[in-house]
Each structure stands twice: as structure tokens, then as C-alpha cells.
Design a protein around this ligand. Structure first.
Ligand code: MRU
Length: 368
């Protein structure tokens, strides 16, 4: 995607061929700053602090993190401890473990001196695969939005609601949930996107709004609690979200608040779509509510807000009483029964074991 007319991915190698460059997402939309990671610890910190975020991008960053680790220490113990460090950074998304273990498995049988170079190659392959998967999700999702527009009166625009950021910033490029919307806009569909602010970290207000504005897509940021009201008044034609982990039975973990949107969508007869790259499927789990680990993040993300003041200085302000406790579960699970369809790189399917099996043959080649 382009930033001020210049094509960018979210992650790339510096001119030295090994330093990992990342768009620092904690500073968007106010500043576009490139961070450089030279050690596995740099990558682990970037993931934990959410300089990089979004399940697919975390996976690719983890793959490059392992490559960086192998430059420092290519031995068996170094490989195993770097993989452990990276996988522990964020527990909910399936892609991180998947990508790190793919690189680990691809280098472990090599002599240590050859491991780092091979890890870079494998990480680059995963990055290219991510771009291709997301583009395919866009193409498979587009007809759903064309059909939704066809159900509207001539001259009306299509209103789509999204939660969190599942755009190109959450992947290497294209995004998952936003990929069909980029294609819809590019092919001339009159589109408007309701963007949930996505408390507590405001990925919608900060990142999705920035992406849509950069791409010229009409959009409106709303408080997280506004979606149900808009659905009741016929102002939402479809909901589309990304996901961090989908079970073999089609339960969907995504940013906290997604479940409430799915409930409101069901109550109002609004289709609820989930854009799903196959590395996000966890074939080992069935019951998402009971089995998917939900990351608990710092209470400070709830008690404080951060942004630019009128003078352009970063400020953090407290919004709760100083002694009030707060909790910060970062994800929730939407049961498969509330999901209208999964949009994958292989096509659209029901959120069910049968639906996923039909496209992926029970996960062959994709098991975690
Ligand atoms: O905590 P985040 O910002 O990493 O959460 C991101 C999401 O919940 C996204 O919707 C999900 O990773 C899918 S991104 C293609």
C-alpha cells in the first residue's frame, strides 16, 4: 500500500540485507517512523509493545526475529530459546507460533553456520505468502460486497462496519478484512466504512482510519458502543473483521468487543464476515471460548489515554480514579454460530468443521 504516494510494506530488510525495518505503529497516525530491529530481543520488544501488531504481521516479525537470533547464536540451544522467547510475546494469535515453528523446523537439521541465511529465506517466503493470501482473501470477499450492494436501492452506498485494524498494517500488505474493501473501492463500489474506535488501544481510530484515509475510502470513526444502534437503524449492511485464531470448528478469536458486534449483527440480520488467512487456523482446538488463551494486557491501557495535544506534544492522561482497579482482556471469542461466513484465500466457507474441511481438507499441511 502507498504512504504519501510511496509503496510500503509493514516490514522489510534494510540495505545491509539483515536489519529488520518496521513501521512503528505506536506512533501512527501522528508520525510515520521506521523502527529498526537488530536482535531477537528488539523483535520481541516490538511485538510486546505493539510497534508491530495484527496476528499475520506478528507471525512474520517472529520469523525474522528467529533469523536475527541465529546471527547471534546459531546453536541448538540458541535456536530453541529464541523460539520460546518469541512465541511467549503474545499468546492469542495462532500465526506467531506457526511462523516461528515453520522457520525453526526448516533450519534445525542444517549445520549451525547455514541456519541464519536459511532462516532469512524462509521468513521472506512466509512474507510473500502472506501478501498472496491476503490478496486472495480480497478477491474472494469482493463478490459478497458486490452482492450486498446489489440488494440496496440504486444510488445508495454500501455501509460496512469493521472492528480493530485488520488492514495492511496488521499484515505484510493488503490486510485481511480490509483487502476486499480496498478492492471494492478500487473497482468503483460506493463504499463507506464505520470504524469502531476499538478501545482500549484504539487500533480502529488510529490505524484503520489512517489506512482508509490514505486510500481515499469514505469512513467514519464511531465509539465502540455505537454499532448496535447503527445496525438497528439500517445503517450497516455488513460487518467484516479479522481474526487472531480460529478453531477447527470455526470459533473466532479477535480483538475484544468483536463478540458484541457479532451478537448485534445476528439480532439485526446483518451478515457478519470473518477474513481468515489459513495460518490463523488452529486445527488442534475445537471450543474457542474454553480453549483459546486470551491475552491479558496492562491495566494502564484502560486507565490511561495517549495522544497529541494542541501543541503537537505526546501526552498521556489518566481517565480513571487513581486507585480504581481495571482489567484488560485483549481478545474475545465469537462462537461459530454467529459467523455468517469465513473468507479465506481458498474461497468462502461456513464457520464450521465441515466448511473448513471442505476448503482445507482438515488442515493438511497447515497443522500447528
Ligand atoms: O492487539 P492487536 O492490535 O494485535 O489485535 C489485532 C486484531 O485483533 C486483528 O483483528 C487480528 O489480528 C486480525 S489482523 C489481520
Amino acid at each position: 500500500m502507498k504512504v504519501n504516494g510511496v509503496p510500503f510494506r509493514t516490514l522489510w530488510l534494510d540495505t545491509d540485507g539483515w536489519t529488520v525495518c518496521l513501521i512503528d505503529q505506536t506512533l501512527l497516525p501522528h508520525a510515520f517512523v521506521v523502527a529498526r530491529a537488530r536482535t531477537v530481543e528488539d523483535i520481541a520488544r516490538a511485538i510486546t509493545t505493539m510497534q508491530v501488531r495484527g496476528a499475520p504481521l506478528i507471525g512474520i516479525a517472529g520469523a525474522y526475529g528467529l533469523a536475527l537470533a541465529l546471527r547471534q547464536d546459531p546453536g541448538d540451544a540458541g535456536l530453541a530459546s529464541a523460539a520460546r522467547l518469541l512465541i511467549a510475546t503474545r499468546p492469542t494469535g495462532a500465526n506467531l507460533r506457526w511462523a516461528v515453528e515453520r522457520v525453526q523446523a526448516g533450519v534445525v537439521s542444517l549445520p549451525p553456520a547455514e541456519r541464519a541465511a536459511r532462516a532469512y529465506e524462509l521468513a521472506a517466503e512466509l512474507a510473500e505468502e502472506d501478501v498472496a493470501i491476503n490478496r486472495a482473501i480480497g478477491e474472494h470477499g469482493l463478490p459478497l460486497f458486490r452482492a450486498a450492494l446489489a440488494r440496496k436501492k440504486p444510488g445508495e452506498r454500501l455501509n460496512v462496519l469493521t472492528h480493530c485494524n485488520a488492514g495492511w498494517l496488521a499484515t505484510v500488505d493488503w490486510g485481511t478484512a480490509l483487502a476486499p474493501l480496498f478492492l471494492a473501492h478500487d473497482s468503483g463500489l460506493p463504499l463507506h466504512v464505520w470504524v469502531d474506535e476499538t478501545r482500549p488501544r484504539n487500533q480502529g481510530a488510529a490505524l484503520t482510519a489512517w489506512e482508509l484515509a490514505s486510500h481515499g475510502i469514505p469512513h467514519t470513526v464511531i465509539a465502540d458502543n455505537a454499532g448496535g444502534h447503527l445496525m438497528q437503524h439500517g445503517q450497516v449492511d455488513a460487518v467484516i473483521v479479522g481474526t487472531d485464531r480460529v478453531t477447527a470448528d470455526g470459533d473466532v478469536a479477535n480483538k475484544i468487543g468483536t463478540y458484541l458486534k457479532a451478537l448485534a449483527a445476528r439480532d439485526n440480520g446483518v451478515p457478519f464476515y470473518v477474513a481468515l488467512p489459513s495460518p490463523t487456523i488452529d486445527w488442534t482446538l475445537r471450543d474457542g471460548v474454553r480453549e483459546i488463551p486470551v491475552e491479558e494486557r496492562s491495566a494502564r491501557e484502560v486507565t490511561h489515554l495517549r495522544g497529541l495535544d494542541a501543541e503537537g506534544t505526546w501526552r498521556e492522561v489518566r481517565i480513571t480514579p487513581a486507585t480504581t482497579p481495571s482489567a484488560n482482556p485483549a481478545f474475545d471469542v465469537t462462537p461459530a454460530r454467529l459467523v455468517t461466513a469465513l473468507i479465506t484465500e481458498r474461497g468462502v466457507c461456513a464457520a464450521s468443521a465441515a466448511g473448513l474441511h471442505g476448503l482445507f481438507g482438515g488442515g493438511a499441511g497447515r497443522k500447528q
